[in-house]
Write a protein that binds this ligand. Sequence first.
Ligand SMILES: C[S@@+](CC[C@H](N)C(=O)[O-])C[C@H]1O[C@@H](n2cnc3c(N)ncnc32)[C@H](O)[C@@H]1O
Length: 211
Amino acid sequence: MMNQILLDESVSKIIKHPIDNTPNVYGNCKPLLKWPGGKTSELKEIIPRIPEHSRYFEPFFGGGALFFNTIIKTSFVNDLHADLMFFYKCIRNENSEFYSLLKEFVLVWEESDDKQSIYMKVRKRYNSTNVTSVQKAVDFFILREYAYGGMFRLNVKGEFNVPFGHIYINKNIQKKIDHLSSVEVVSKLKNSALYNLDFKDFAKNFRELYT
Ligand SMILES: C[S@@+](CC[C@H](N)C(=O)[O-])C[C@H]1O[C@@H](n2cnc3c(N)ncnc32)[C@H](O)[C@@H]1O
């Protein structure tokens, strides 16, 4: 069953997109967030093995290291993690509420001498049910940036419980936000259909294209 929230009107346009025969050109655009199992350090092995292709399908998108670093073709990307895919959707849609909430965070963050307590407040809000989807996407991004070791871990109640990663205190968050909203990132995502499905259901969407 397709996820109607994430499969929006742009998807049918992309599915009907003519086969893209422009040559593969590999760039150097970094992933948008830390994600366990990211393939950034394996790219030098993967890139030379990518065959000529007209469309790109990625069922386990995660941090999308390969996609962001290399892929320019019309893409279909999927991950079972709903918050992750909604975050990408905010970036693709240049969601103004997302950026204004993030700006509010940065103002408070940069003024504060107690970053750990701000992190803990964000973590608490992310775990609460009383939060808008866009605020949750912002909090998801902040927690990815500042969680200890870049870990993503949930307790038995399904709550995110990774402590603050003190070494990240001086990181340049504005530089990261500029990357999220860069033309390169946004145009890659606009040329992509985003799915939030189990990989088997994702694959079913394309059966008719290849049988
Ligand atoms: C190792 S990460 C992918 C890393 C990514 N290739 C990168 O370079 O950043 C694996 C991803 O698979 C997703 N995943 C796990 N089970 C899945 C399933 N049944 N269907 C779709 N995605 C799934 C996880 O949420 C996770 O983001």
